[in-house]
Unconditional design. Sequence first.
Length: 126
Amino acid sequence: MFIAATIAILISMILALVRAIAGPTLYDRILAGNSFGTKTVLLLGVMGFLTGRPDFLDIALVYALINFAGTIAILKFFRYRTLSAPMDGKLIDRPQFGVNEEGGIIVPDRGGIDMATAVNQDGEGP
């Protein structure tokens, strides 16, 4: 019974891999990658049961957490084009760094440009 489950999981992993390669959109590829990771967790659990090694369940749980965090990071990267963007949806104005009229470098704060941290080319503040 469990050998049939293992074969079914392997076939579905192959299908998910095909979808990840040939998916028409980026989100199809991300969903296929996440599905492949979930099926890997299932395969680790079944293989651990078949071999009589319950250690595989610990490995499967760690892999599931890594799969979840990786999927969230990839989705955030493709949405904001950076991993350092805040999750509240407020993006920093572009360009992030600039030069003011006196030749000072403007360093942005989370909410925009912070003039208190602007320095000129001599290293002196405003």
